[in-house]
Design a protein around this ligand. Structure first.
Ligand SMILES: [Mg+2]
Length: 368
């Protein structure tokens, strides 16, 4: 079913339900609206789809098609579709007051993807640097809220990009989690070290497949294989569109020999991971548990990410009925996130406003 048609149905259903809701209550907390919409659309027979799928032979073509469809040039002709989509997934900047209203009395915990969220997507993944402004804002965020970077990248590599010791880092899609080595107030000596590595037994296999993939993909100009320690990434960013299908096929053929590893799709990237049931959603749950919020209603997690792999975390937040997921995207996509931001500069603005809001509400408390 075309995305535009589905969005229109969701909006119509939501308008009916919201009208009924307003007639029964004086105030509908606006920040909950997108989540309410999702619940209602499910009630009216429009369930959300799981976007993170195991990539198998027949799905290679579909993945290539979706990657082409989301390229910026094609997106220009989809403005009407986007307008409908934005109704269902409003901007987190435009709804900022509603979001903070809903978090009142709860501990905000911030979870952030790295590539495409804190840094722009660049052609060379080794040069995905974060801006100075973003680092300063992130430092402010970490001062006020427990904060974690949740990424498909190797933990050490993403730490070298971010360079803030007061954060939690969940690398390799959450399979390599380390706590802060500095307290949020900036004091040294709170070295929590490695918290969790559920896929240690796969290290040798991942390394073996890395070497094979390097060899088998070297004939494809622009193809880049990245070793993320507990998982691998095959980047398509610099590969000519004509070679996408053959590169995906080469990767799939290697993986056929390793049933203990699985292939998943990302944004211009194929990821190879152990088949263990562990993803960014599980990492989010683990980190909340580590922070003491496993069974708490007093926590408000905010997860911001741009990738299909972030959908696992958005889904966890929906099922917990806590906090919000924010998808970073310029184009309409199916997502379990409730809100959207267009790009890393909007992410920086949103995080900056969060810091300002926290500062001003702390000052008000002191004055009272
Ligand atoms: Mg990303």
């Amino acid at each position: 079913m075309p995305l535009l048609f589905k969005c229109m149905l969701k909006v119509i259903n939501t308008l009916i339900a919201v009208t009924a809701s307003i007639s029964n209550s004086t105030v509908l907390p606006s920040a909950t609206l997108p989540q309410s919409m999702a619940v209602l659309s499910g009630f009216w027979g429009l369930p959300h789809k799981n976007l993170v799928k195991r990539l198998e032979g027949a799905k290679v073509g579909a993945w290539i098609d979706s990657m082409r469809a989301s390229s910026p040039n094609r997106a220009k002709s989809e403005s009407q579709e986007k307008r409908s989509w934005i109704l269902y997934h409003p901007s987190a900047l435009n709804t900022f007051e509603q979001i903070t209203y809903n978090s009142k009395g709860k501990q905000i915990v911030v979870f952030l993807d790295y590539d495409g969220t804190l840094s722009p997507i660049v052609t060379d993944p080794d040069k995905a640097f974060m801006s100075r402004k973003m680092r300063a804002t992130l430092k402010g965020i970490a001062r006020h809220f427990p904060t974690a970077i949740v990424t498909g990248r190797c933990r050490d590599k993403v730490y070298n990009f971010v360079k803030l010791a007061e954060l939690y880092y969940a690398g390799s899609h959450g399979m390599d989690i380390k706590g802060p080595t500095k307290s949020r107030s900036g004091k040294q000596g709170n070295n929590k070290g490695v918290l969790f590595q559920p896929a240690s037994q796969f290290l040798a296999m991942i390394d073996e497949v890395y070497k094979i993939l390097l060899e088998r993909t070297k004939s494809v100009p622009g193809a880049k294989v990245e070793n993320n320690k507990f998982c691998l990434s095959v980047h398509f960013r610099c590969v000519d569109e004509k070679s996408w299908a053959s590169l995906a096929d080469k990767v799939r053929l290697v993986l056929n020999e390793y049933p203990q590893l699985k292939l998943t799709q990302g944004r211009k990237v194929l990821e190879i991971r152990p088949t263990i049931k562990w993803d960014k959603g599980k990492a989010l749950e683990f980190l909340l548990q580590s922070l003491g919020y496993e069974n708490s209603n007093d926590v408000f997690p905010i997860y911001i990410g741009d990738d299909r792999t972030d959908e696992d975390a958005f889904k966890v937040l929906r099922s917990r009925g806590q906090g919000i997921g924010i998808l970073v995207s310029r184009v309409a996509k199916e997502t379990d996130a409730s809100y959207t931001l267009q790009d890393p500069s909007e992410v920086e603005q949103f995080l900056g406003r969060l810091v300002e809001w926290k500062r001003s509400s702390s000052v008000k408390c002191i004055e009272l």
